[in-house]
Design a protein around this ligand. Structure first.
Ligand code: R7I
Ligand code: MG
Ligand code: MG
Ligand code: MG
Length: 314
């Protein structure tokens, strides 16, 4: 019902922010020990999030204000992203998006800057995927969610892999929001995601996730999927962490961090997915208490939940 939906949307946004903030101190570390993670989980320092959450909240705000999914407009979203960056440029943004945001604020279109990035290849970084989970709240089919996810990513990530990463996380989040039992439906979740992918690289990466399901150690899983800044590594790594602990966001986040690499981003996506599935009540108060702007995130989640309820069933 509507209350459960609200708890799930809160869980998604809060879980993402927690994963980002918990993973941030380890970003770029190739190995992270269980003891290091546990010590940080048990600490009582403030949990400060990074660009991943700043842009995820910007996207959620945009969607909460959207009249109808058909009104989705990249130019408006690009402006929202650019203002978000401009207000707090020191959140740890990737190298390329600020160049695009600067152009947008100067009145140019995002498109030219995005398409010409990386010598015309477009970015294949995970920045489109890291912010995309709120798109899955829209009452739309999986192909429609994937299409909007791609459009939201294209603003900064013109490379097909950058957009495939966003489609992958958005469709996985849609499964998380709607599934009754992810543990029993792992195969179905992966199949639904694969159906929406367009690049052979991302399909192979999702095959690696399937293969990794028999492995227990985060390091072993990361050797199959990767966990780096490329969308084709980080997005599948997050799916792998989520599928291991769908009902326990903190466990999914800890698993993601233990994979090493782009820890804030992989943990943010894993936290969004598990939070969408398990809902706000699965997040420990002890941790929420430490989270930066926690009440703002809850308020935003409530606005988004109201806007997107009732959901279409499929
Ligand atoms: O993808 P993006 O927003 O970065 C997100 C990351 C996350 O870890 C956040 O937590 C934050 O720390 O940044 O930013 P981009 O600059 O578009 O992509 C990230 C990086 O991927 C780039 O700086 C490049 O190092 C690399 N990259 C590429 N390298 C070669 N060729 C992205 N696209 C290419 C490419 O086409
Ligand atoms: Mg970050
Ligand atoms: Mg980006
Ligand atoms: Mg990161």
């Amino acid at each position: 019902d509507a209350l459960i939906w609200t708890r799930r949307v809160r869980g998604c946004l809060l879980g993402g922010a927690l994963g980002d903030a918990l993973g941030a101190p380890f970003e770029g570390h190739s190995t992270v020990t269980a003891q290091e993670i546990q010590a940080w989980i048990d600490a009582d320092e403030p949990l400060t999030w990074t660009d991943d959450t700043a842009l995820q909240l910007a996207l959620a705000t945009y969607l909460a204000e959207l009249g109808h999914p058909d009104d989705f407009d990249e130019d408006q979203l690009a402006l929202r992203f650019a203002h978000t960056w401009d207000a707090e440029p020191d959140r740890g943004y990737g190298a390329n998006p600020p160049k695009i945001f600067r152009d947008v604020l100067a009145g140019s279109s995002w498109k030219q800057a995005s398409v010409s990035s990386f010598d015309g290849a477009g970015s294949l970084g995970n920045g489109g995927a890291m912010r995309v989970a709120p798109v899955a709240t829209l009452p739309l089919s999986a192909p429609e969610i994937a299409a909007i996810a791609r459009r939201s990513a294209a603003i900064t990530h013109a490379h097909p892999q950058g957009q495939d990463g966003a489609a992958l996380v958005a469709v996985a989040a849609r499964c998380a929001f709607t599934s009754a039992d992810v543990h029993a439906q792992t195969h179905t979740v992966l199949a639904q995601c694969t159906d929406q992918l367009q690049t052979p690289e991302m399909r192979r990466a999702l095959d690696a996730v399937s293969l990794s399901m028999r492995l227990a150690e985060p390091g072993e899983v990361a050797r199959l999927t990767g966990s780096g800044i490329a969308a084709r590594e980080a997005a599948p790594a997050a799916i792998a962490a989520f599928l291991r602990h769908p009902a326990d966001p903190v466990a999914a986040i800890m698993f993601a961090i233990a994979m090493g690499g782009d820890t804030d981003t992989v943990a943010a996506m894993a936290g969004s997915l598990a939070g969408a599935y398990a809902g706000e009540n699965s997040l420990p108060e002890k941790m929420l208490h430490r989270l930066e702007r926690r009440h703002h995130i809850v308020h935003l989640a409530d606005r988004l939940a109201t806007r997107t309820w009732p959901r279409r069933s499929s």
